[in-house]
Ligand binder design. Sequence first.
Ligand code: PLP
Length: 364
Amino acid sequence: MKIPFLDLKLVNDATKSEMTAAFNRVMESGWYIQGKELEAFESEFSDYCKTDFCIGVGTGLDALHLLLVAYGIGPGDEVLVPSNTFIATWLAVTRTGATPIATEPDPDTYNISVQSIEAAITPSTAAIIPVHLYGQPADMDTINAVAEKHKLIVIEDAAQSQGALYRNRPAGSLGHAAATSFYPGKNLGALGDGGAILTNDKAIAKKVRELRNYGSLIKYQHDSLGYNSRLDEMQAAFLRIKLKVLSRANENRRQIARRYTEGLSDSDVIVPFVPEWAIPAWHLYVIRSNQRDELQAHLKANGIETLVHYPIPPHQQKCYSNDMNRSLPIAERLSAEILSLPISPSMPMEHVDYVVEKIRAFKR
Ligand SMILES: *Cc1c(COP(=O)(O)O)cnc(C)c1O
């Protein structure tokens, strides 16, 4: 049996005829940037996430960056970020001239821990970016309480958590603002790059709208030194269709996750821990093994493709060589033990069972 990590063609085949019709509609409209599709998608996605505003932008990285700029964060500021996130969370901070400060995760949930946040706060701390890693919501009430005490901005990195719930509230609606990504492999994936900002803050929403479009809200009138980062009409039209099936797609992911957890909880690997207040979006299903590389090779030999999210933590990347000597033992240990199993809305249950069987057959 051949089991790919994620078969995006199969995922998108489920909505192929609607997406083809959307392509034709946008093509024929003759209007490709900042039009009706974007406006409709922004309204539909902010409804879904229960926020007042949604602003579509070019990528998830840009969504994070534009938010930081909108909040006035820049040189001299420190921004707390997880030590075990995708590098975009750090890059967005660095791009503003502020300094990303790595904070270690809770070793059970892999999400940013409140203790490490509190220990990292200095007079220069301006913001926290909790990441709902792998689609599991971070403990936002606790994080927000610390942030309020120290007057810090909380920006959720919701790139992996479209449709996740924290105490029945949607990821993306839980901080001052949120950034998300529509990279094709995300739970809500476009057919190209895309991202968005979610917030209830009217002034921030307006600022981001301006920043994404050359610092301009009125054509050829430029109030700030802006950027060009827009979600185009084609991607917005595709995303409107994908949004309609997002809840169903996430339900499939939850069933797969449940099956993995049932099949593996008494095995040699560690399965994800889910707090009782969390309904994850299961962007990834990540297990741990102290023989990760051997297990991955064993699965590969059986036709099963797995990935590691992420094999090198940001502080050990060449581009962050100033941080290289820092010791972040939890992130380092996780990066050596984690393994992401195949998961997608279109993955058949027989494939899940096969992966479980092969993991259980792995001899140490
Ligand atoms: C994908 C991702 C991003 C960046 O999104 P892009 O659209 O690829 O720029 C940021 N943070 C996390 C946690 C991600 O997974």
